[in-house]
Design a protein around this ligand. Structure first.
Ligand SMILES: [Zn+2]
Length: 308
C-alpha cells in the first residue's frame, strides 16, 4: 500500500489521503484504527469540591445548572493536547504506580492534571450569570498541556450569583475503543478514487451553465478537463458534488445525459477525516499505521506460538 497526502491538505485539522495498491478492507482497517486505536489524552476523572464557602462576606454554594456527571462528560470531550513523543504511560499499566492502591494511582508519567476555580458574578454585578469555558482550566502539569487557543471557547457550564465551581480534572491516555472521548478523529470516510471523463462537451453545458465553482474558486467548465479527463483528486471530488445538480430528480438529467461520468481507478481510495485538534491529522495517520503494524506483529507471534 502507498499513502500520499492529497495536494493542498491538511487544512487545519482536516486531511485527505490518497491510498493506492490496496483494497477496501485494508482502507477500512485504517479507518477503524483511526477511530478506536490511536491513543490520546482525555479527562477521565474529576474531583468536584462540594460545600458552602464564604469569601468577602459573600456566601457561595457549590451548585450550578448541570449535574456533576454531565459536567464530567463535558470536560471529557474537551480536546486535550497530546504529544506522542512525550511517551506518557497508560494509567492502568504505568510502571511507576502499577503497585499502588487505586486511590493513590496517578503520577506525572501517566496523567495530566488541571484545576478550575470560578465564582459566579459578584452580588452587585450587572450580569446574572457567567459562562465557564474550557480555557478556564489551568494546567498544573506542564504548560504544554494548556487547552489550545482554538478550544478555549468551548462552554462547560454557567454560574449564577452565589455559585462557585472548583474542581481538579485528571487526563489520561486512552483509546477510542473504550470511550469516544479518547477518539482523536471525526467524520472518517473513504471512497474510491475516481477520474472524471468528459463524454459530450455540448451536453455538459447543462452543468457548466450553472456557474458552479470548485472549492478553490475555479469555474466548473470545460477548462477543467485536459484531454477530456480530470485526474486531480480535489477537482474530481468537487465535480462529484456538482454532478448532483444535474442528476436524477433535478429535471436536468435528460439534457445532461451522462455528459460527464466518473470512473473508478482500480485499487485506489481517498481517505478523509478531521481530528478534534488534540493531535494533527498527519500524526494521527502515522500512529494508526503503528497500531496496525504492532497488532499484526503481535498476531504473527501468537500464531507462531500456537503452531509450535
Ligand atoms: Zn503513573
Amino acid at each position: 500500500m502507498k499513502a500520499q497526502i492529497v495536494e493542498g491538505w491538511p487544512k487545519e485539522n482536516s486531511i485527505r489521503i490518497s491510498l493506492s495498491e490496496t483494497d477496501a478492507s485494508q482502507v477500512n482497517a485504517i479507518r477503524r484504527a483511526l477511530i478506536s486505536d490511536v491513543p490520546k489524552l482525555a479527562i477521565t476523572r474529576v474531583n468536584i469540591s462540594q460545600g458552602v464557602v464564604e469569601t468577602e462576606g459573600q456566601i457561595l454554594e457549590s451548585v450550578n445548572v448541570l449535574p456533576d456527571e454531565m459536567l464530567a462528560h463535558r470536560l471529557a470531550m474537551i480536546p486535550v493536547p497530546t504529544y506522542p513523543e512525550e511517551k506518557l504511560d497508560f494509567f492502568e499499566t504505568c510502571p511507576v504506580c502499577i503497585d499502588m492502591v487505586e486511590a493513590e494511582k496517578g503520577c506525572p508519567q501517566c496523567q495530566v492534571l488541571y484545576s478550575l476555580n470560578i465564582q459566579g458574578p459578584a452580588p452587585d454585578a450587572e450580569e446574572d450569570h457567567i459562562t465557564v469555558y474550557a480555557g478556564d482550566l489551568t494546567t498544573i502539569s506542564d504548560p504544554m498541556f494548556d487547552i489550545k487557543e482554538e478550544h478555549r471557547r468551548i462552554p462547560i457550564t454557567i454560574l449564577s450569583k452565589g455559585q462557585y465551581l472548583e474542581l481538579y480534572a485528571f487526563a489520561t491516555l486512552g483509546r477510542g475503543a473504550s470511550h469516544q472521548k479518547w477518539s482523536p478523529v471525526a467524520g472518517v470516510g473513504f471512497s474510491n478514487r475516481n477520474v472524471a471523463k468528459l463524454n459530450n462537451a455540448k451536453k455538459a453545458e447543462t452543468l457548466f451553465a450553472l456557474g458552479l465553482k470548485t472549492s478553490d474558486g475555479r469555474d466548473i467548465d470545460a477548462k477543467l478537463f485536459k484531454n477530456k479527463q480530470v485526474d486531480d483528486v480535489n477537482t474530481v471530488m468537487d465535480l462529484e458534488r456538482a454532478l448532483h445538480q444535474v442528476g436524477p430528480g433535478t429535471g436536468r438529467d435528460a439534457d445532461f445525459d451522462g455528459a460527464i461520468t466518473l470512473e473508478q481507478v482500480e485499487g485506489e481510495y481517498v481517505l478523509s477525516y478531521e481530528t478534534d485538534g488534540s493531535l494533527d491529522p498527519v500524526t494521527v495517520f502515522n500512529l494508526a499505521m503503528d497500531e496496525l503494524s504492532n497488532r499484526f506483529a503481535g498476531l504473527n507471534e501468537e500464531i507462531g506460538v500456537a503452531l509450535n
